[in-house]
Design a protein around this ligand. Structure first.
Ligand SMILES: NC(=O)c1ccc[n+]([C@@H]2O[C@H](COP(=O)([O-])OP(=O)(O)OC[C@H]3O[C@@H](n4cnc5c(N)ncnc54)[C@H](OP(=O)(O)O)[C@@H]3O)[C@@H](O)[C@H]2O)c1
Length: 336
């Protein structure tokens, strides 16, 4: 029997496992032009929390009683579409289900398995990677010798943002929520400095690790961290605003203090959404896939096993229990 994860109720404040339900559903049958896929990896992303709310945003709200949808790496198990063959690896915005019907193959992208691991299509060689690249290369634009500070630095986006900034000659400082994450940043990702924001006063840590001030702040978290970065920013600093996860489960917006720094220090603070940049993915892959293949850029995935554990995996990622990109493995890669 096929199974899927649906939104059982909308969260109020922190998302809980009771917001989800695991239910049986029909086995998909391909009609003319359709494709049936077996899910392999589900991507857990912070923005899924926003989609659990009712109300307008850049991504549509999930509906109560309907499946959670995210980027999913899958394998074609039946195809009546000339563009897809049984055994192809693909990714698409698919239901959190064992198996899915993709009518007319719509939105399904074939994965070039020669580029790297198939899971990379939703991590380093997909959305999180492109997000890090746009934030650093187009908006942060560090020059050699400048200081780049990255919050949630060991996450899917942050670990790459730091490595890209270092390749551009910057001095890179990251913050993360555990000593293990800090060690990962220093030892695996080559960050020049890193600190545990839960164990340090932010101002003390930024004074110590950014003695010449911050030239680029890559914001993944907002809140108190953004306020501290504003206090330590240099004149003409750039602040690419990628995410503000500290507020995603908050009952109300706590606001940001110290915005006068934007004026006094002539800071360019720019929000961006990756949907506006997807056409840049081929150029990104041409540049970055060889770095990954040669091991010049490292990328860590944290893989939880089992579809039924997807709600707990998502909640755990939001709470900071994962190092790197959290995926949920639904079936072996060889599933056919
Ligand atoms: N603009 C776009 O198009 C775009 C695209 C992708 C992602 N994003 C955003 O980029 C950010 C990172 O995404 P990701 O996929 O790479 O997620 P991630 O960093 O892999 O995972 C989220 C991390 O956020 C940290 N966190 C949670 N609450 C926090 C708080 N109050 N203060 C500081 N850190 C907190 C947790 O780590 P700790 O242990 O460090 O707390 C957790 O591991 C998110 O804000 C996301 O919404 C934006």
């Amino acid at each position: 029997m096929n199974t899927r994860i649906v939104l059982a109720r909308r969260p109020v404040g922190w998302v809980e496992e009771s917001c989800f339900a695991v239910e049986s559903c029909t086995e998909p049958q391909a009609g003319p032009g359709d494709v049936v896929v077996q899910s392999i990896y589900l991507s857990t992303d912070p923005y899924l929390r926003g989609r659990m709310n009712d109300g307008p945003s850049y991504a549509a709200s999930f509906q109560v009683g309907h499946p959670i949808v995210s980027r999913v790496v899958a394998r074609v198990i039946d195809s009546r579409h000339e563009g897809f063959a049984v055994g192809d690896y693909v990714w698409g915005f698919l239901d959190w289900a064992q198996r899915s019907l993709v009518r007319r193959g719509q939105g399904l992208q074939r994965i070039d398995a020669s580029l790297g691991r198939v899971s990379h299509a939703v991590s380093v060689l997909g959305m999180p990677g492109l997000t890090a690249w746009i934030g650093v290369a187009e908006l942060g634009r560090p020059v050699p010798g400048e200081t780049v500070y990255i919050s949630s630095a060991e996450g899917a986006v942050g670990q790459l943002a730091g490595q890209f900034a270092r390749r551009m000659g910057a001095r890179v400082v990251g913050s993360a929520g555990s000593d293990d994450k800090v060690a990962f940043l220093r030892e695996r990702c080559g960050f020049d400095a890193a600190f545990n924001y839960k164990a340090r006063d932010l101002d003390d840590a930024l004074r110590e690790h950014c003695p010449d001030g911050i030239d680029v702040y890559f914001d993944n978290v907002g809140g108190a961290t953004l306020e501290a970065a504003l206090r330590h920013a240099n004149v003409a600093a750039r602040f690419p605003v990628c995410g503000m996860i500290s507020g995603y489960n908050a009952l109300e917006d706590p606001g940001i203090r110290g915005l006068h720094a934007l004026l006094v220090k002539r800071i360019q603070m720019t929000g961006f959404i990756i949907y506006d940049h997807v056409h840049k993915l081929p150029a990104y892959l041409a540049r970055v896939a060889p770095w990954v293949r040669r091991g010049e850029v490292v990328f860590h995935e944290d893989i939880v096993q089992g579809l039924e554990r997807a709600p707990a995996a998502l909640i755990g990622m939001l709470r900071g229990e994962a190092i790197g990109k959290r995926l949920v493995q639904v079936a072996p890669e060889s599933a056919a």
